[in-house]
Design a binder for this molecule. Structure first.
Ligand code: N01
Length: 544
């Protein structure tokens, strides 16, 4: 390997490839594996980190954990991999998921195709040569016919514009870039800003350690129990024995998780039946309350309010001080219109002596001071501030690569009025660029392993098809993109999701165009539409 390549996962000093895959998380690792199996294809993987893991490399905060069940948050492409790997918990923690991705990288010898510590700083489609020219922050240039984005949809951290943050003399930690060596909060005065999934996972654990913990909450959330526990060996054996059936069952569901007992409507049953169902799903944990209780929670306001009231009552039961319970109770948006966090001891944490909740609606953060945080008229003093303030979701990671399509068109310009894609997979005027988990794909509301495998499998077939037919470029037509954009917006308009200021809607980032960034038609409908277009000779795509 050439010394000019900086940190090297094993890739050769070669500069020109057939495919460049950006990212070494769930999406990128599988894409590299898949493309390498196409004969004669030269594949390069790039990642800004020092090693594989993607999200699970960076988000190492206490309590970081997947809230999709482990067996469902695993690759399914290789039955031997499924049989060989054992998960130790129902919902795996970050260290175990990172171990899993390392295991996958070792097992398929993926590092040899990667260059690490390579952050993509720009990508330009060269129309003369029909190739992507990719530059990395450290000044290297690579080219490839195809660019596969495996950058994920929650990898560009939002940097909140708090005045004075740089003046704070204590430590500032970000959940999205947590120190690898961990942090000792014992006896310290700690602030957490943000009560989304990351904050809600972290707060109970930091509270146990810190001398005093102050939580700054802007919007209360509908958090429901995760229901984690050690993996029962018998359950694991059962999953493995029936894996193929389980996958098939999962694929038939909206979110790609094998929860398929939802009843049609929360208003069509008696009060007793409804409460019994909610209680049962609450007890079972995971996303069951959200996806597996009543199918109309996402679009029937009346049904949604019944679920919301059920959760509000649980919060009141769990929090001792009624005034604190009240502050923790969400009222300004329907349930699950923001991505619902799953929790373990979250609400009980506010019963601890050393935990205080500050309502930013009543007293917004004015500035960060040398010694802490000023909210309203009060200055609170801290040793450490933790930012759990979220991400520029879906579009952020792509825009940060500074991609330019035909005629030098910047992606930021093409997306000025909002993200536009075909199937969330490709973009008009950006030929040979494929996105796993792109905006306007089911992304956040579908199984990530399924989505990333499907995208790379589909693209591998497309590349084979192009090679066999002497074709060099593929991109969706402007009409196809318009159609998909309309469809995505229309489906969203039938749901309650546009009512919340969520990252689904781009509403957590000041100035970001407001539109639903997630295709809400569900996994099965989405897959059917793509399969149909593909079978119709790549309908909506222009191949040249
Ligand atoms: O980020 P978020 P996250 N002043 O955007 C607040 C996935 N995930 O990292 O709601 C004050 O949800 C903001 O307040 P508000 C999952 O998909 C998965 O927690 O905008 N507060 C909110 O409370 C999740 O949805 C797992 O009013 C500010 C919080 O910060 C996604 O990642 C675990 C602020 C941000 O919440 C993102 O979750 C963790 C400001 N200026 C995450 N700016 C799994 O378990 C923001 N906030 C798999």
């Amino acid at each position: 390997p050439s010394s000019t390549h900086g940190q090297n996962g094993g890739a050769t000093p070669q500069k020109d490839f057939d495919v460049i895959v950006v990212g070494a998380g769930f999406a990128g690792l599988y894409a590299v594996h898949k493309y390498r199996n196409i004969e004669g294809l030269a594949v390069l993987g790039l990642d800004a980190a020092t090693d594989v893991g993607g999200t699970w490399y960076w988000n190492r905060y206490p309590g970081a954990r997947c809230d999709v069940e482990s067996y469902n948050y695993s690759y399914s492409f290789d039955p031997e991999l499924v049989q060989d790997w054992n998960w130790s918990e129902r919902f795996a923690g970050q260290p175990e998921i990172l171990r899993y991705l390392n295991h996958v990288a070792d097992r398929y010898d993926l590092r040899r195709s990667y260059m690490f510590e390579k952050q993509v700083s720009s990508g330009t489609f060269d129309e003369e040569r029909n190739r992507w020219v990719i530059e990395t922050k450290d000044g290297d240039t690579y080219t490839a016919q195809f660019l596969h984005s495996g950058v994920g949809f929650l990898s560009a951290a939002k940097e909140p514009a708090f005045e004075g943050l740089q003046d704070f003399t204590g430590n500032v930690y970000r959940t999205s870039h947590w120190p690898h060596e961990g942090v000792d909060f014992a006896g310290r005065r700690v602030a957490v800003i943000g009560t989304g999934s990351s904050g809600i996972q972290l707060i109970p654990l930091v509270a146990q350690e810190a001398g005093a913990l102050t939580v700054f909450q802007r919007t209360p959330n509908y958090a429901t129990p995760l229901g984690n526990g050690v993996m029962d060996p018998e359950f694991q054996a059962q999953i493995k024995a029936n894996h193929a059936t389980l996958i098939e069952r999962s694929r038939r569901t909206y979110a790609g998780i094998p929860y398929d007992t939802a009843q049609p409507s929360a208003v069509a049953v008696s009060d007793e039946e409804r409460v019994a169902t909610f209680e049962e799903k609450w007890r079972q944990g995971g996303f069951r309350l959200c996806f597996d209780s009543f199918a109309d929670l996402a679009f029937n306001p009346e049904s949604n309010e019944l679920a919301a009231e059920f959760i509000r009552a649980k919060i009141r039961q769990r929090v001792t001080d009624p005034a604190v319970a009240d502050l923790l109770t969400p009222r300004d948006h329907p349930y699950a219109t923001k991505r619902p966090p799953l929790e373990t001891n979250y609400y009980e944490t506010y019963n601890r002596e050393n935990v205080e909740l500050i309502d930013l609606r009543a007293t917004p953060i004015v500035r960060i001071t040398e010694n802490g945080i000023q909210a309203g008229d009060v200055e609170y003093e801290f040793d450490d501030i933790i930012l759990a303030t979220g991400f520029d979701a879906l579009t952020g990671p792509l825009l940060r690569m500074n991609l330019r399509g035909r005629g030098g068109l910047p992606l930021a310009e093409h997306w000025e009025q909002g993200a536009r894609t075909y199937f969330g997979r490709m973009i008009n005027q950006f030929p040979n660029l494929v996105m796993a988990l792109g905006p306007q794909s089911p992304s956040a509301l579908y199984s990530i392993p399924f989505a990333v495998q499907d995208t790379a499998d589909w693209t591998a077939d497309l590349i084979r098809h192009m090679r066999e037919n002497g074709l060099e470029t593929v991109e969706p037509t402007a009409e196809a993109e318009d159609g998909w954009d309309r469809q995505t917006r229309e489906i969203a308009s039938y749901t309650l999701l546009p009512q919340a200021n969520s990252w689904y809607m781009g509403a957590n980032i000041p100035g970001k165009p407001r539109a639903c960034l997630v295709y809400l038609g569900g996994g099965p409908a989405y897959n059917e539409l793509i399969d149909k277009a593909t079978a119709n000779g790549y309908e909506g795509f222009e191949l040249r």
